[in-house]
Structure formats: structure tokens, C-alpha cells
Design a protein around this ligand. Sequence first.
Ligand code: AMP
Length: 280
Amino acid sequence: MKIVKQPRLIQQICLQFRKKNKTIGVVPTMGFLHEGHLTLLKKCRAKCDILILTLFINPTQFGPKEDLSRYPTDIPGDLSKARVCGVDYVFMPKARDMYPADYQTFVEVGEMTQTLCGASRPGHFKGVTTIVAKLFHLTQPDMACFGLKDFQQFAVLKKMVKDLNMPIKMVGVPTVRESDGLAKSSRNSYLNSGERVAALCLSKAIQQLKDEIKKGETDLKKLEETLKINILKEPLAQMDYVTFVDSETLKPLQTYKKGKTLFALAVFIGKTRLIDNVVV
Ligand code: AMP
């Protein structure tokens, strides 16, 4: 496994592989790898000749009051996990090399980025699409794997790839969870023991929704109210959003659409903002 820090070097390497008709897969991450990230790597490993992991805490996707300065890192741990997953190249650039002082180009997807997390984190998706577009130009992938835990992120990136005619297969991987249901996330490391228990209100809401739908309840307004009440019962939780949207367009849904209804929620547990979702 090789470690590359210079953007120009990873691009040269990848262009060489393309010339030799090797298929390239990329898994973009911000590091502090957990089982969710490793699942993406394994999935990608099975489908391409050259597997690239990117480790980069992207400053442009964090708001001014967000957790950029304290985002967790563990480079030695990440590198040994990457080795086990059969990664060929780890691309871990410095922020100043990705965004030099005179940097001024951004990629922005429209309407789809204005709802859900985009509404509570203005500018977040502009940072995400910009960095992923840059990583795609540098690594020249045939395929890229992303987690469905960040459902809106995956939808927005798929839209960017389609709208900008990028010849990249976008693969969405189901959410990997802890044994008690909590979606794995690097940000779970911020939670103290009380908050860790409180954080279960997200996955419990998802389970409750599945149960209600199984029972035949399809009134989204009613479902939203029931789910909100349970989250509000958790004293350490503060709701950001709990909502139903069309899983393809991300537009608000008034009535249940079988198999295409995305239930998405974002909840602060103490100071930590956690997200989860399910398509029902
Ligand atoms: P991050 O490092 O948090 O930016 O995440 C990098 C990639 O891993 C993104 O595509 C995420 O959606 C994905 N990911 C994060 N957590 C999970 C999870 N629990 N299950 C599956 N994929 C995940």
C-alpha cells in the first residue's frame, strides 16, 4: 500500500493506470475509519483493479460553528485498517494543497441541497460536491462507493455526476450499525456514556416507523407526530429535523409512496449532531 500526499502525483499515477486499462475505485472519507468505511472499501475492492482510499478532513464542508477543529483523527489506525482491506493507494493531501491561497472554484448542486441537512448546514453540500469533484478529477475512478447513512450526500453526488456527465459508477452501501442499532459514525466518539444511550433514540425511531408501517399506518403527518413525541421524550436530545421526503427527488412527501419514502432525521445529542434514515 502506497501513501500519496501530493494531488499532482496521485493524478499522474491514476492516469497511468487508466492508460493500462486498469479499473479504479475510490472511497472518499474524512478518516477515523470504522466498520462502515471498511464495508465501502471491501465492496469497492471486489469490483476494481486499483483501490484508492482518500483521507481528508475537508474544511469547506464545515460551517464556522461546526466541529472542524476537533474532528477525530487516527492516521496510524486508519492506515493499518486500510492495509487489511487491500487498499492500493491512500491519498491524504494537506488542506493547503487542495485549497491553495488563491483557490476560487466551487461545484454546487441546486434545489436538492436546500432541504434536510442542507437547510440546517448552509454551504455544507457545496463543500462536499467541490471536494468530491476534485477527488474524482485527481483519481479518475470508474467507480466510487458512498454510504447510504448520508443519504442526501449520496443523492446530491449522484446528481452532480449525472449533470456534469462524469463517467463514474456511483455505488451506495447500506448503513452499518452497532449491535444496538446506532448507525456507526466517526462523530459517535464525541458521545459520553449517557449521550451514547440517548443516541439510540434515532435508530429506535426508525424501528418504530417500520413497525407502524407494518401495522398498516401510512398517514405521514400522524407518523411524524408519533416519532417526534418519542424523540422529545429523550432529555439529552434536541431535534434538528424529522421528516419524510421522496427518496428520488428529496422533495417533501404528503402521502406515503411505497418503497420510495425516505424517513430522515437529524438530532443533536448534547453538542453532537447525528443523522439516520430509512427508505420505507
Ligand atoms: P465520512 O468519513 O464520515 O465522511 O464518511 C465517508 C464515507 O463513509 C461516506 O460515504 C459515508 O456515507 C460512509 N459512511 C459513514 N458511516 C457509515 C456507516 N455507518 N455505514 C455505511 N457507510 C458509512
